[in-house]
Design a protein around this ligand. Structure first.
Ligand code: KIV
Ligand code: NA
Length: 264
């Protein structure tokens, strides 16, 4: 099996085939996820929550992300490795280039940044210099303090139009992938249809091109899971390997997410 690239995900979108992504922060899980045929691994700054025990992703540093990316890269076989840039790690294009360099050297294939139109010059600079960019819109957890909490985004027509405009802008700037988090399913559908680049959803309904979940959530380890999480450990009734394989199958078939996992 050849390694997955941004182009692989674009081709899957064109063929209307769904693909899956899971977070991982270490070599053992990266190996299991990759062996299960999950197309992409996200080294998310959610590691601040699930590994470090913080309430938000704000304390996570580029050193943390590079350390976990290097571990994931050692265990990975075929998956596309996307690594978050940290809070305030891309406030200027220069900071973005320095921090992206660190995580790319650690083994990332793509860097992810939270934001829309304001990030367009940064996205263009990184892409032109050989670093593919995944943008992240909707609920952007690094902005929890300006958003006033972890809330569904894009519920009003004005907010929805702003997210659509941001999505078009980041695509035009050269972003290769978009993550949409916690937006109404209808809005995610509209954006997925209007963009050429692959859109990965989390709490964004079943009509995005791909799906992502936090590994610990889908293994049933989070005592207070969000509405969009499914416990695949319970659903598979078997091993961690079985739970991850079932997730991949259900995303591919469209069985996950169901309407109960989305927002109106
Ligand atoms: O850090 C993370 O795990 C993420 C996903 C929830 C999209 O950004
Ligand atoms: Na993140």
């Amino acid at each position: 099996q050849r390694s997955t690239t941004v182009q692989t995900l674009s081709a899957l979108k064109q063929e209307k085939k769904k693909f899956s992504c899971l977070t991982s922060y270490d070599a053992t899980f990266a190996h299991i996820i990759s062996e299960a045929g999950i197309e992409s691994i996200l080294v998310g700054d959610s590691l601040g929550n699930v590994l470090q025990g913080h309430d938000t992703t704000l304390p996570v540093t580029v050193e943390d992300l590079a350390y976990h990316t290097a571990a994931v890269a050692r265990g990975n076989e075929h998956a596309l490795i996307i690594t978050d840039l940290p809070f305030m790690g891309y406030a200027t294009p220069e900071q973005a280039m320095d921090n992206a360099t660190q995580v790319m050297r650690a083994g990332a294939h793509v860097v992810k940044v939270e934001g829309g139109t304001w990030l367009c010059p940064t996205i263009a600079m990184l892409t032109e210099r050989g670093i593919p960019v995944c943008a992240h819109l909707g609920l952007t957890p690094q902005s929890v303090n300006t958003l006033g909490g972890f809330k569904v985004q894009g519920r009003s027509p004005e907010q929805a139009q702003a997210i659509i405009a941001d999505a078009k802008a980041i695509e035009a700037a050269g972003a290769g992938i978009l993550v949409l988090e916690c937006v109404p399913s209808e809005l995610a559908k509209t954006i997925t249809e209007q963009l050429t680049i692959p859109v990965i959803g989390i709490g964004a309904g079943s009509d995005t091109d791909g799906q992502v979940l936090v590994l610990h959530d889908m293994l049933g380890l989070n005592p207070r899971p969000a509405k969009f999480v499914k416990n695949f450990m319970a659903a598979s009734g078997g091993s961690i390997q079985d739970a991850i394989a079932l997730y991949g199958e259900e995303v591919k078939s469209g069985a996950f997410p169901g309407p109960e996992h989305g927002f109106k």
